[in-house]
Design a protein around this ligand. Sequence first.
Ligand code: 13P
Length: 241
Amino acid sequence: MKPLIAGNWKMNGLSNAIAEVEALIAKFDGSAPDDRDVLICPPTTLVAQFAAAFSDEAIQIGGQDCHVNVSGAHTGDVSAQMLADVGAAFVIVGHSERRADHAETNELVQAKATAALKAGLTPIICVGETEAERKAGHALDVVGEQLKGSLPETRDEFVIAYEPVWAIGTGLTPTNDDIAEVHAFISGFAPDGVRILYGGSVKPSNAVEILAIKNVDGALVGGASLKADDFYPIVMAAPSN
Ligand code: 13P
């Protein structure tokens, strides 16, 4: 499977941050290697600008969330169709920060993933346990429940990201064995061809090791995706298959 290395910029980046993407592309000598997919999900305000600027490059642009409806009276929301209209190819749904900050349920995440597919976007559906859930030995149960509730019912192309909540932005990561265990478990739920990304404190220093784990088909990178100097070695750390 072709690895996917995705950067989730979260609520970071003004219009001048395009310089970081240009710097990344410069490191690739113009276009990213075609044996891996490279994706940047900037804040919504930058999606159109980035997608227009990089439409010829081997870098794709995605959103970080979408509404379940195509349009309507939903102040402040953005639909999947709107993201697709300005050139996005992917959208993250069900990130733990949205599940926590906006009380998003599995049912809502599933509806968002379905809306994304209808708009022609590839949803990246996030799952992952909290620290307390892992300590109690419930990581696989929690991830299993999230998958059952959040995955779209269609067999269209989608991506799953395993992001343990306690590993996000903390510098902590599960052991390689724990990552392998959860990814093997997730692959039992996923139709063939679905890529399973790992996310949570992926850095240049641990990317080679993590991306070599069985059933890890890429990474969803937060903080280390903001700077080309950090993101480039992570992109290049993915083994080519
Ligand atoms: P960090 O890489 O900053 O830990 O964030 C991971 C994440 O939440 C990506 O979606």
